[in-house]
Design a binder for this molecule. Structure first.
Ligand code: NI
Length: 168
């Protein structure tokens, strides 16, 4: 298990449409274990494989930073099968250090995915968990949270974004 460096805004891997996982190989299991170590180290709520430079449809959601009882949850080849309602809350992203923004997302979702053993599960959730899953799902589509900002919010962080992209 190793902590992997987190890719920052400006790296083209963050804009790719990630590839489905075809088989749970030892390499995939190692990647998942490394992602769990990485998110724990960074105290993040979510981490998608493209954020460690791997363009595959895998993400981790770990709400233990806000809920002591939460365990990291692995989503492989996820599909959002239902979504409804609205929920607004402040959001950040490990690939955008120092940038936070209140965003409206769906309040409730139903998601289908494979776990780290390749077993399918369906999960219905709401609030922060739903927000984290939707944010991480976007990463697999090459969509970043700044894409949801209003024009004014985006203009306000423009200089920070240029600085991040330059150091990526
Ligand atoms: Ni993110």
């Amino acid at each position: 298990m190793a902590i992997r460096p987190i890719v920052k805004y400006g790296d083209p891997v963050l804009r790719k449409n990630a590839e489905p996982v075809v088989e749970i190989t030892p390499e995939i299991k190692e990647l998942v274990a490394d992602m769990i170590a990485t998110i724990d180290d960074a105290h993040g709520l979510g981490l998608a494989a493209p954020q460690v430079g791997v363009s595959l449809r895998i993400f981790i959601v770990d709400l233990s930073a806000i809920d002591m009882l939460a365990e990291p949850k692995v989503f492989i080849n996820p599909e959002i099968i239902e979504k409804d309602g609205e929920h607004e809350y402040e959001e950040g992203c490990l690939s955008f250090p120092g940038i936070y923004q209140r965003l409206v997302r769906h309040a409730r979702i139903k998601v289908k995915a494979l776990n780290e053993n390749g077993e399918e599960f369906i999960m219905e959730t709401e609030g922060m968990a739903a927000r984290a899953i939707l944010h991480e799902y976007d990463h697999l589509e090459g969509i970043l949270f700044i894409d949801h900002f209003s024009a004014i919010s985006r203009a306000l962080v423009d200089r920070k974004l240029k600085r991040l992209a330059k150091s990526a």
